[in-house]
Design a protein around this ligand. Structure first.
Ligand SMILES: NC(=O)C1=CN([C@@H]2O[C@H](COP(=O)(O)OP(=O)(O)OC[C@H]3O[C@@H](n4cnc5c(N)ncnc54)[C@H](OP(=O)(O)O)[C@@H]3O)[C@@H](O)[C@H]2O)[C@@H](O)CC1
Ligand SMILES: Nc1ncnc2c1ncn2[C@@H]1O[C@H](COP(=O)(O)OP(=O)(O)OP(=O)(O)O)[C@@H](O)[C@H]1O
Ligand SMILES: [Mg+2]
Length: 355
């Protein structure tokens, strides 16, 4: 079990992860030539410096996640701890948006909305009375119908169960554009990443975006953005480069170990999970991340000890998903499903973040 934070300074560690400072979009003149270090060199040095510190790094980073969690208080009103929107759900896929939206609630959001295609809405409503379901995504006014809710939402999770219908994707493009204009944080997953691979400009440089690709989605994005196949022997460098090429958008590459980067810093989450790979775990992750991104931005960099709030949020969501998987597997073994993992969110959250 363990998680590590890779950095090029302060191997003895302070309260938080040390950044890998590499010239990226913020310092284009130093990248890749004219005297600045190559990302590979920085990473290599960083890894050898910090190899022995993974357990401490995990604790340090989990502490930063704890710092961003808002206290429960009797003086708060409904909505203050998070109103999250999930954009996804079509005729074929109703489970994915449900998993994302219910996970947001279980992590601690107060209200969770789903904006889906009309055929998916009654099904999603029937799964849970706790979700607010809007059957608008295939309407000609879809962008307006979602936009009118944006002032009341703290973050959007775009893509779970969206499918790849052109008309739906055009509407989602419009929803992303109006969300950016309103500075709403967006987590982009699943078919939302398909859309971004077709049009990287849609998200380029948007500092409130987090992309959560699985292995296949990452390769597709890398190919589209960097115009060449990724180096499968250098996953850290690949995640770092993709983030930089997207203008320092935060990227979470899910897998046996989750690799996270904002183009300047690379974190690795290897919280113990299990070998059970049922579908829907990524949806739990993206829904949880929607809430944590909101909390992290609200808390600000002073609570994350100068580290990127979005990276800290992403580390929290990865750790939580993997811990849910671990706990569910202890009880259910091979029959573990994502619903079993969702039932573990409360206990997993307490174990990781309320110690
Ligand atoms: N209950 C529901 O409603 C759920 C709905 N979901 C929704 O489904 C939609 C499509 O999402 P997706 O993830 O299946 O994507 P997509 O690119 O079509 O993958 C296609 C193929 O890629 C492969 N493959 C996948 N992962 C891999 C890996 N790590 N490593 C290696 N290979 C891997 C694998 O290929 P195969 O093994 O069959 O050759 C797979 O068949 C999306 O809207 C999503 O939200 C899900 O959220 C689950 C729960
Ligand atoms: N080999 C693995 N070992 C341990 N954990 C893994 C492994 N692969 C993925 N995970 C974890 O499972 C979660 C979901 O990742 P995964 O790659 O399955 O996403 P996904 O394919 O998008 O899922 P979904 O079925 O929801 O679309 C992440 O928290 C990730 O850390
Ligand atoms: Mg997925």
């Amino acid at each position: 079990m363990g998680a590590s934070v890779r950095g090029d300074r302060g191997a003895e560690g302070g309260a938080g992860p040390e950044p890998v400072r590499v010239p990226g979009a913020a310092e284009p003149a130093r990248w890749p030539g004219n005297g600045g270090p190559r990302a590979e060199d920085v990473l290599e040095r960083a890894f050898s410096l910090r190899k022995a510190h993974s357990i401490k790094d995990m604790e340090n980073t989990l502490q930063l996640v704890r710092n961003i969690i808002p206290p429960l208080s009797s003086t708060k009103h409904k909505g203050q701890d998070g109103r999250i929107g999930v954009v996804g759900g079509c005729q074929e896929y109703t489970g994915a948006p449900y998993f994302a939206a219910i996970s947001a609630l279980k992590v601690g959001a107060d209200l969770s909305h789903v904006f889906c295609a009309s055929a998916a809405a009654p099904v999603i409503k029937a799964y849970s009375p706790e979700l607010i379901v809007h059957p608008v995504l295939d309407s000609p006014n879809a962008v307006h119908e979602v936009e009118k809710w944006l002032p009341r939402l703290h973050a959007l999770v775009v893509g779970p169960g969206l499918g790849r219908d052109d008309a739906l994707l055009r509407n989602v493009q419009g929803i992303l554009e109006v969300s950016k204009a309103r500075d709403i944080p967006v987590v982009i997953d699943a078919d939302g990443l398909w859309l971004v691979a077709q049009q990287p400009a849609l998200i380029h440089g948007y500092r409130k975006a987090v992309l959560t690709p699985n292995h296949v989605e990452f390769s597709r994005l890398y190919d589209a953005v960097l115009r060449g196949p990724m180096d499968s022997d250098d996953s850290h460098g690949s995640v770092l480069r993709l983030s930089q090429a997207l203008g320092n958008v935060t990227v979470v590459q899910k897998g046996e170990r989750d690799i996270l980067s904002n183009g300047q810093q690379v974190l690795v989450c290897s919280q113990e999970g299990s070998s059970r790979r049922c579908g829907g775990q990524g949806d739990l992750l993206s829904g949880s991340l929607g809430v944590l991104v909101h909390w992290a931005l609200l808390a600000g960099p002073q609570k994350t000890n100068g580290s990127s709030p979005l990276l800290v949020a992403a580390f929290g969501a990865c750790s939580l998903t993997r811990q849910c998987n671990h706990q569910a597997f202890q009880k259910h073994g091979r029959s573990t499903t994502t619903s079993d993992m969702i039932a573990e969110v409360g206990a997993a959250f307490s174990k990781l973040f309320e110690t």
